[in-house]
Design a protein around this ligand. Structure first.
Ligand code: ARG
Length: 573
């Protein structure tokens, strides 16, 4: 448990008694003591009395002697609180003995569907898919670690009218040549070539149109060719996932085509419920609360005028499947912010259809874009979108230089492995350490720097602690000792260690991984402060053991926290 929570609990009870109503004690970190509680100010306004007087009465009533070494009323009526060293020590010891660094498992583990990555077949994955893949992977790791049942769903774009032209282009190239182009990841080239023919040739356009019809009818030969496109693209996506080191596997592919058989029944159900209405020849659902510029209700098109189904129909079928068949309690959609309205409309329609009912809930885990240094959408020099695999390779290549500079003793396979962990880790950390709703600029130099809030800085902090243990010739599990706090830097580190469980609990709800990243950075900074002031291996017996315990805890929180972000922690750097 965190001291802040203990103090807040106790003060809340005191307020209840003194004020006769619930008052938020407003405990927060303070420069003048460990914490300060500001609740007396609001309480005094309410009782129309003197805040300092209320603060004094609260402090007396709370009787915090067992938790605090000093309790002082200051300023207009703040209560300054300094936690007793032995209390701090006991809380740290509790974390040492706790199973998962003091993080509680959820009272009711849930089934959570995480929809993420979702690239489009025969199209290059772009930076948006990178963000979705990285954030989704962190969500999966965190939720699984906490003990939830996580179902990964890669909602790949693998169906729709473009497949007519793609299949015809495949036939023009010959199956072998097409397979080759697709598997080396020249997806944009393939798509563009098909598009150009489609725009330039009426004959090709007509073939493509007929091919779409055959595909929708389930013509065996057409399906075989479609399957070929899917298979090659999937292989390519899997290489990108492999390079990224994410938990997505081939069995997590649940593309748009997976819902083909559900589309007609879903639409029929929406019609029966009276939710789907004809509009301009198309069948539409108008979820409550969404209107356009002129106040006109906004439609989700569930069946197009030509009888075909589109993106919205598929998402409706997917949400119904996730709630009814997968029986998920929480649905996470890790998708770029431009699709916010679309997803909120899908959620609302699902509520109106009675599929999405509490306690089940759906959340759009939105993210912004990755920008180039010019502040515009990330593009290659040729003006095309940057291939994801190239971006990752570039990060790893640059990491080799950075790593050999830092530690010339690392060689061969070890150096390669470390560079990979540092390069990929840097890309992931740059992404996860920014508020996901914001855009960020892809800057290799910054993300690969060992200074500041970066992946390499944290990996280095961890490796440095590991080297302390190497030099001592012991492993953390063997470190048992009393914890003693003698220096202010040890106190600060202890507070930082105790913060982990609270941050994890918050991120589990908010899916704001930059809070976890920011916390790990603070922990590493507190450790640096501690390490500068407090000799570890040169200290005398009880202090030495205590400091080793603090080192072990810090290393294990850094490794666990980075692991939850999908970032590897090499033993040396
Ligand atoms: N394939 C889509 C795209 O590239 C993303 C799909 C997101 N998931 C969903 N259920 N709509 O934009």
């Amino acid at each position: 448990m965190h001291p802040e929570a203990l103090l807040a609990q106790r003060l809340a009870r005191a307020f209840e008694t003194v004020v006769g109503a619930a008052v938020d004690p407003m405990v927060r970190r303070s420069q003048h003591a460990d914490y300060q509680a500001d609740g007396a100010l609001a309480a005094a306004r309410r009782l129309k009395s003197n805040p300092r007087e209320i603060a004094t009465r609260i402090a007396e009533q709370a009787a915090l002697d067992d938790l605090c070494s000093t309790v002082e009323v200051s300023g207009p009526g703040f209560i300054n609180l300094t936690v007793r060293d032995d209390v701090l020590v006991q809380l740290v010891v509790d974390v040492v003995h706790a199973d998962r660094l003091g993080v509680d498992t959820p009272a009711t583990p849930e089934t959570v569907v995480v929809d993420y990555s979702a690239p489009n077949v025969a199209k290059e994955m772009h930076a948006g898919h990178l963000r979705s893949t990285i954030i989704g992977d962190a969500a999966v790791r965190l939720l699984e670690w906490l003990g939830h049942t996580v179902i990964r769903q890669n909602h790949v774009g693998d169906w729709g009218t473009p497949f007519g032209m793609l299949i015809e282009h495949l036939l023009d190239l010959g199956e072998d040549e097409a397979a080759h182009e697709l598997s080396i990841g020249d997806l944009n080239g393939f798509y563009r070539a098909a598009r150009i023919k489609f725009d330039d040739s009426d004959e090709f356009k007509e073939r493509a149109r007929r091919r779409v019809v055959s595909l929708q009818r389930g013509d065996a030969e057409t399906l075989r060719l479609w399957q070929l496109l899917i298979g090659e693209s999937q292989k390519y996506f899997m290489t990108v996932y492999g390079q990224l080191g994410v938990r997505l596997t081939a069995t997590d592919f649940a593309g748009e085509s997976a819902y083909n058989d559900d589309l007609a029944p879903v639409v029929a159900e929406l019609e029966d419920l009276g939710l789907a209405k004809e509009s301009d020849g198309a069948l539409c659902v108008f979820p409550d609360g969404f209107s356009g510029r002129e106040g006109e209700p906004l439609p989700l098109i569930v069946r197009k005028r030509d009888g075909g189904y589109g993106y919205a129909s598929t998402d409706l079928a997917a949400i119904r499947h996730r709630l009814r068949s997968l029986e998920a309690a929480r649905l996470l959609y890790v998708v770029g912010s431009p699709q916010h309205q679309h997803l909120e409309m899908i959620f609302q329609a699902a509520r109106e259809a009675g599929w999405l009912t509490p306690p089940a809930r759906a959340e759009h885990v939105a993210h912004g874009s990755v920008l180039g240094k010019d502040g515009k959408m990330l593009r290659s020099r040729a003006g095309r979108s940057v291939r994801l695999i190239d971006l990752l390779d570039e990060a790893v290549t640059r990491a080799i230089a950075v790593v050999s500079d830092k530690n010339p003793h690392l060689e061969g396979a070890t150096q390669q492995a470390v560079a990979r962990a540092v390069g990929i880790g840097a890309v992931k950390y740059a992404d996860l350490s920014t508020d996901r709703n914001k855009d960020y600029i892809l800057d290799y130099d910054r993300m690969l720097s060992f200074d500041g809030n970066t992946g390499p800085y944290l990996q280095y902090a961890h490796a440095r602690i590991r080297s302390i243990f190497r030099r001592a010739g012991i492993e953390p599990p063997d470190v048992v000792g009393q914890v003693v706090i003698t220096d202010p830097a040890e106190r600060s580190l202890a507070f930082a260690v105790l913060e982990f469980a609270r941050v994890i609990g918050e991120v589990e709800q908010s899916m704001q991984f930059h809070s976890l990243a920011g916390y790990l950075f603070e922990l590493a900074t507190a450790f640096t402060g501690f390490y500068e002031r407090c000799p570890v291996l040169r200290a005398e017996a009880p202090v030495r053991d205590s400091r080793l315990v603090l080192c072990a805890l810090t290393a294990s929180i850094l490794a666990t926290g980075l692991g939850l972000l999908g970032i590897e922690v090499p033993d040396q750097l």
